[in-house]
Every structure is written in C-alpha cells, then in structure tokens.
Design a protein around this ligand. Structure first.
Ligand code: SF4
Length: 389
C-alpha cells in the first residue's frame, strides 16, 4: 500500500481529481519544460465532462502562468486523462500522458512523480491485523514506523484545515451564480446550539470554501472534505483536544482510507460518491471510535458501517459544481460517522460484526463497477438532469 500521507494533500479546490490532479500534472510539466509559451491540453473522461464546473481549465492556466492554452475534450474515455504538450515558438516539446486518479493522485507515463511508491507490505485490513498480532504492536506504532514523516505533515494539514473552516465561517453572500447558491455556514454557526449543529456549520464552512476554490486539504478528497475537517475543527476549537491526538486520529482514519484506495477507489468518477463521502464517513467513524478508546475490533466495525450504509451512493453534481448534492451531503455524513462510531461502541459487548471491513470494501468496488457512467461524476444523469426541469 502507498503512503497515508497521499490521502491528505494540500491544494486548491474544488475537486482533488479535477483541480489538484491536473494542477500537479501541469506543475511537473512546467518544471520540466519551463520555457514554453503556448500549450495544448486534452482532457478525457469526467475531466472533459465537468471541467467547466470544476474550474479545471482555470487551474491549469494558473499553474502554467499562460493564457495561451488551448483545450480539447474526449468524452468517451472512462479515465480522467490529461495530455499536455508545450510549445516554445515553433518548437514542439514532448507530449505527456497524465492521469488523475482521484484524491489528487496522478500518474504520468513519461515522468515519475513518486505517487506509485509502495510503503506498506500489507494491502488490506486483515493483513494489517495479522501484522499487529505477529509483531505484538498497535495501529499507531505500525503507521508511524512505516511513515516517520507523517506526523509533521499532519500538523501542516491541521493548520490548513483550521484556516479553511475559519475562512468559510467569515464569508457570506453568493457562492455560485448558475446555481443561485448563497453561503450559509456563517448563519449556521451563529445559530448553533450543540455539538451536531457546530459540526454541520463547520462542514458547510469547509465545503463552501472548497467550492469557491480556496486552499484546502483533501480528506480523502475535496468533494468529501467537510467530514473530517469539521470533526478536527470541532475537537480543536470546542473541545480543546491536543493537536498530537488529532494527528493520531487522522493517521488512524488514513489507514482505513488507504485500504479503500488500495482495494476499491476514492474517486467519485470511478466509484460514485460512496467512494468519496462513503470513504470519508468510514475514516471519520474509525477516528471517532479511536478517540473513544475503542478496541481494534470496534474501530473496524465503525469504519465498516461507514461504508456499508453508503453503498451505491451516486455522484451526480449539478452542472458539474461541487455544491449540490456535495455540501449538504458532507454535513449529513459527519453526523452519520458519529452514529457509526456510537453504534459500534454500543454493540461491543452484544454482537460481533458479520461483515469485515475488507469485505465491505470489496462490495464497494463491485457496486462502483456496476454504477452507470451517468452517475459517476459526469453530470449526465441523476440530480444533474432533474435540476433543469
Ligand atoms: S456527489 Fe460526492 S463524489 Fe460527486 S462530486 Fe459531490 S462529493 Fe464528490
């Protein structure tokens, strides 16, 4: 399995696969061919279908620092491919064939970006449990011994997460003209009375900030950023929980997200929203159970429930913007993550879980493959169509 660090990437919204991924491909290209004065970019799959709503072309122009970028689109690809060719005067540079894999991860056929490096020999949660037993160790020791630089990275991520929520809570007014969407995070926060109200307000703040193209941290994607970010901000601001413990929560959450990334997907364009919001819900549920000092078995149960009750969740963002249904959905699923952790804790002396975490991930993958392409971040079906009626 790859590094957990890759699940928490810092970059600009509104979409890890449609802004951070293309941003990174363009950034590497510019570093390699810094002299170009003109570019041609070909976008495929969901990148082609929802580039406008996601602001993909703007972010590419921004990183290339060039207005002379011509775009073409191939809609029949099932992958988020991005080919880029630069020109310096009449001289044509090499074409790079990039892929945005979800969560900001990329692959470039002609260049090694290091995203493919395997850090963990274990590839599933069952294998991890076996390792822990054989080495008589615990999850955190396992994670930090494999990724010694993870904690310092997570501190940086927490910083970005706090700033995101605070920015989102300050702003008011129109967020999106086409959808006539007005920010409501500030109002929600002003009327918040209890923990759940605050989590909802913080989740809205993070997601509205994301939709406006703000600086964000993926968790594990940007579409699903409101779930873990609201949890971290709430524990920091309202409960005064030490940052080191919050880093540990993110590390535990990340391990579950990583297993999903390894054995299914965290990209809405590949597996539907179950892969984004479902994964974030499972990660948050595991983190909350860990925070409640639950056993390994109970943490796994909480994470499993987070996925099980998201199976089949579709990705059909209206007009391609990461706004409807995304923002409301994040607020709902931070509350569902709490439910999952609480239920798992209630069940601990009463019943065993009959579905393992690995099994539900397998089912998530199966379900994602069965989902129609119209319901996988293409804006060709579902809520996207109803909006025009
Ligand atoms: S519907 Fe879900 S997967 Fe799709 S863009 Fe919104 S948050 Fe991401």
């Amino acid at each position: 399995m790859k590094a957990i660090k890759q699940l928490y990437r810092i970059g600009y919204g509104p979409s890890s696969s449609h802004t951070i991924g293309p941003y990174r491909i363009a950034q590497y290209y510019k570093k390699e061919f810094p002299e170009c004065d003109r570019y041609q970019v070909l976008l495929g799959g969901s990148l082609a279908l929802t580039a406008k709503g996601h602001g993909t072309m703007d972010i590419i122009r921004r990183v290339l620092e060039c207005e002379d970028v011509s775009f073409s689109f191939v809609n029949d690809s099932s992958q988020n491919n991005m080919d880029i060719t630069g020109f310096k005067g009449t001289k044509q540079e090499m074409t790079w064939h990039g892929l945005s894999l979800g969560g900001g991860a990329i692959h470039i056929a002609e260049y090694d970006v290091g995203d493919d490096k395997e850090i963990y020999a274990e590839n599933s949660f069952d294998e991890i449990k076996r390792y822990l037993q054989e080495h008589d160790t615990d999850l955190l020791t396992y994670i930090y011994s494999h990724e010694p630089d993870l904690k310092s990275h997570l501190y940086e991520c927490l910083d970005v997460m706090y700033r995101t929520v605070e920015n989102g809570l300050r702003k008011e007014g129109l967020l999106n003209e086409s959808l006539k969407y007005y920010r409501i995070a500030k109002k929600l926060n002003e009327s918040a009375k209890d923990r759940d109200d605050r989590l909802v307000a913080y989740s809205y703040a993070a997601c509205e900030e994301n939709a406006s193209g703000g600086l964000m941290c993926t968790a594990p994607t940007l579409g699903s950023c409101g779930i873990l970010i609201s949890l971290m901000y709430y524990l920091h601001k309202d409960e005064n929980i030490p940052e080191e413990h919050l880093c540990d929560m993110l590390a535990i959450a990340g391990l579950f997200g990583n297993c999903i990334k390894q054995n299914a997907t965290i990209a809405g364009s590949i597996g539907g929203c179950q892969a984004e919001v479902g994964t974030a819900c499972a990660m948050a549920a595991a983190a909350i159970a860990f925070h409640s000092k639950a056993s390994l078995r109970t943490i796994e149960y909480a994470a499993e429930m987070g996925i099980e009750h998201c199976l089949g969740l579709t990705c059909d963002p209206v007009l391609g913007y990461v706004i409807i249904p995304c923002i409301e959905r994040n607020a709902m699923y931070i509350l569902r993550a709490l439910d999952c952790a609480n239920l798992a804790l209630k069940f601990k002396n009463i019943k065993e879980n009959v579905i393992s975490f690995d099994s539900v991930v397998k089912v998530m993958n199966y379900t994602g493959n069965k989902l129609a392409v119209e319901l996988k971040e293409t804006s060709l079906g579902g809520l996207s169509l109803e909006y025009h009626k």
